[in-house]
Design a binder for this molecule. Structure first.
Ligand code: NAD
Length: 483
C-alpha cells in the first residue's frame, strides 16, 4: 500500500494546503483513478513566494559553501533513506516500474551529492596582473539570484533534484513548479531539503497552471534565473519571455536521438541494450533512442530481433505488479499523440512490425511499437514521438547514416554501436548532438554535463556546468593605494 502524502505547497517556509486558485486532480495513469486533489497557487501566493525567495537570497548566498555543502549532503542522505517510499509514489503518479523509480531516486541523491561538493570546490581564480601597480585580479562565480525552476513529469525526482541542487549549491534561492501530474514526488524531495536545513524562503514549491505560473515568475523582476525542462515549443516561449528581462536561461528540451548501428557491433548485446533503453519509461525520455539507423547487412535481423524484444515486454499497472516492464504513458494526451502518429503509417511512413495500438481497458497504455523502413523525411523520423515507438531505417554507408542522423534541428543525444575504432572516432566527432554515447546509452551521470544544442535547448545541467549555470562571473581588480 502506497502512502500518498497530503499535498501542500511551500511558501516562505510555511507548508500551505490551501491554494488560492482552487485545486486540480492528480490521477493514476495506469487506472485513471483519482489519487488526490492538488492545491493551485494564486497570484498573491506567487508574489509571496517571490518575496520570500528575494529575502532569503542574501542569507543563503552568504552562507559559506562548506555549510551549504553539508546541508545538501544531508538532503541527499534523507532522499536515499526515503527512496523506496518515494519510488512507490512515483509509480503511482507516472506509472514507471518500481525498479526504474527507485534507480531514479537513488541516482538523484548522487546528483545532489556531486553538486553539493561543488559548493566547496568552486573558489574562482587569481589572474596574473599586467601592470606593476596592480595588487590582485580575482575572478569569482557569484550566485545569480532567485531562480524559477520548471520541471516535467517524466523524471519527477531526477529533474527537480538536478535544478534544486545546482541552484542551492551555488547559493541561489528558488521556486520550483513541478508538473501538474507529479506534485507528491516534488513535495517529498523538497521535504528532504527543508529537513536537512535549507532556510525558510530559500526553497519554495508551487503547484498549478504551468503557463500562468511561468509567466508570473519569469516577468517578476526579482527572479533572475530561469531553468526549464520540457518541450521545444514551450522552451522557446519561456526563453523569449526571459530574454525580455535579460534573465539567465537554461533549457533542456526535446530530442529525437539517432542510434547508428554498424555491422561490426556486438549484435546480441546491441539489440538487447536498444530494446531495454528504447522502452524505458515507455519511451517518454528526452534522450530516448528513437531513430535506429542500421547497416543494411544486419538490418533484417535487427528489425526482427528488436521487434521480438519489444513484443515480449510485459505492460501493466506497476503500482500493483512488480514484474511489469513498461507502464502506461503519463496522460491521455500522450496516447492520443501515439494514435495520431500510427494513423499515418504505411508506404513512406513505414510499416508497423509490432505494436501500434492501445490494449483494451482502463489506463493510458500504448504497446511497444516498432516501425520498419520509414523514409528519413517521414513524420516518425522528423517529429519527436516521446513514447514507446521506434523507427528503424537501413543505411548503405556510414556517411549516409551521419547525414540522416544530423538532418534534424534537434541535437540532444546521439548513440552509435560499433567495434570498429576508426568508425567510432568518426561517429564521435561527426554526430551533431550535445551528448554522444558509443557502445552504451548512459549519458546522464552526476559528474558529466547534460544538455543539448539547436532545438534541444542550451546550457547544461549536472556536472560542474550544473553548478556554474546558477552563477555569473565577477572580476575584482585591486590596485595599490595611491597608484
Ligand atoms: P506539455 O508541453 O503539455 O507538457 C510538458 C511539461 O511542460 C509539463 O510538465 C508542463 O507542466 C510543462 N509546461 C507546459 N507548458 C508550460 C508553460 N507555459 N510554462 C511552464 N511549464 C509548462 O506536453 P506533454 O504532452 O505533457 O509532454 C510531451 C512533450 O513535452 C514532448 O513533446 C516532449 O518534448 C516534452 N517533454 C520533454 C521533456 C524533457 O525531458 N525534455 C520532459 C517531458 C516532456
Amino acid at each position: 500500500m502506497t502512502n500518498y502524502p497530503a499535498l501542500k505547497m511551500l511558501i516562505g517556509g510555511e507548508w500551505v494546503a490551501d491554494g488560492g486558485d482552487g485545486t486540480m486532480t492528480v490521477s493514476n495513469p495506469a487506472t485513471e483513478a483519482k489519487i488526490a486533489e492538488c492545491p493551485k497557487v494564486s497570484s498573491e501566493q506567487l508574489d509571496a513566494a517571490v518575496a520570500a525567495a528575494s529575502e532569503a537570497f542574501p542569507v543563503w548566498a552568504g552562507t559559506p559553501g562548506a555549510s551549504r555543502h553539508k546541508i545538501l549532503r544531508k538532503a541527499a542522505d534523507l532522499l536515499r533513506e526515503r527512496a523506496p517510499e518515494i519510488a512507490r509514489v512515483m509509480t503511482l503518479e507516472v506509472g514507471k516500474p518500481h525498479a526504474q523509480a527507485l534507480g531514479e531516486t537513488v541516482g538523484a541523491a548522487d546528483l545532489i551529492d556531486f553538486l553539493a561538493e561543488e559548493a566547496k570546490r568552486q573558489g574562482g581564480r587569481l589572474v596574473p596582473v599586467r601592470g606593476a601597480h596592480l595588487l590582485q585580479q580575482r575572478v569569482t562565480q557569484e550566485p545569480i539570484g532567485p531562480a524559477a525552476l520548471f520541471t516535467p513529469w517524466n523524471f519527477p525526482i531526477n529533474l527537480p533534484a538536478k535544478k534544486l541542487a545546482g541552484a542551492l549549491a551555488a547559493g541561489c534561492s528558488c521556486i520550483l513548479k513541478p508538473a501538474e501530474t507529479t506534485p507528491a514526488c516534488a513535495q517529498m524531495l523538497v521535504e528532504c531539503f527543508v529537513e536537512a536545513g535549507v532556510p525558510a524562503g530559500a526553497i519554495n514549491l508551487a503547484y498549478g497552471d504551468p503557463a500562468k505560473i511561468s509567466e508570473h515568475l519569469i516577468t517578476a523582476p526579482a527572479m533572475r534565473k530561469i531553468s526549464f525542462t520540457g518541450s521545444t515549443a514551450v522552451g522557446k516561449q519561456l526563453g523569449a519571455m526571459a530574454a525580455q528581462g535579460l534573465k539567465r536561461f537554461t533549457a533542456e528540451l526535446g530530442g529525437h536521438a539517432p542510434v547508428v548501428i554498424g555491422e561490426s557491433a556486438d549484435f546480441e548485446r546491441t539489440v538487447a541494450a536498444c530494446a531495454a533503453t528504447k522502452f524505458r519509461n515507455a519511451g517518454q525520455v528526452c534522450v530516448s533512442p528513437t531513430r535506429f539507423l542500421v547497416a543494411r547487412g544486419i538490418y533484417d535481423k535487427f528489425v526482427s530481433e528488436f521487434a521480438a524484444c519489444a513484443s515480449a515486454l510485459k505492460i501493466g499497472d506497476a503500482s500493483v505488479d512488480d514484474s511489469v516492464d513498461m507502464g502506461p504513458l503519463a496522460h491521455g494526451g500522450r496516447v492520443a499523440a501515439m494514435q495520431d502518429l500510427m494513423g499515418s503509417m504505411g508506404g513512406e511512413q513505414g510499416e508497423i512490425v509490432t505494436g501500434g495500438s492501445s490494449p483494451e481497458g482502463a489506463g493510458h497504455f500504448f504497446q511497444p511499437t516498432v516501425i520498419a523502413g520509414p523514409s528519413p523525411t517521414s513524420r516518425l523520423m522528423t517529429e519527436e514521438p516521446f513514447g514507446p515507438v521506434a523507427g528503424i531505417v537501413p543505411y548503405d554507408d556510414i556517411e549516409e547514416a551521419v547525414r540522416i542522423a544530423n538532418s534534424l534541428q534537434y541535437g540532444l543525444a546521439a548513440y552509435a554501436f560499433t567495434a570498429d575504432l576508426d568508425e567510432s572516432h568518426y561517429l564521435g566527432s561527426s554526430l551533431r548532438a550535445g551528448m554522444v554515447a558509443i557502445n552504451h546509452f548512459a549519458v546522464g551521470s552526476p559528474e558529466t554535463p547534460f544538455g543539448g544544442i539547436g532545438d534541444s535547448g542550451f546550457g547544461s545541467e549536472s556536472g560542474v556546468e550544473g553548478y556554474l549555470g546558477y552563477t555569473e562571473t565577477k572580476l575584482v581588480t585591486v590596485a595599490k593605494s595611491g597608484t
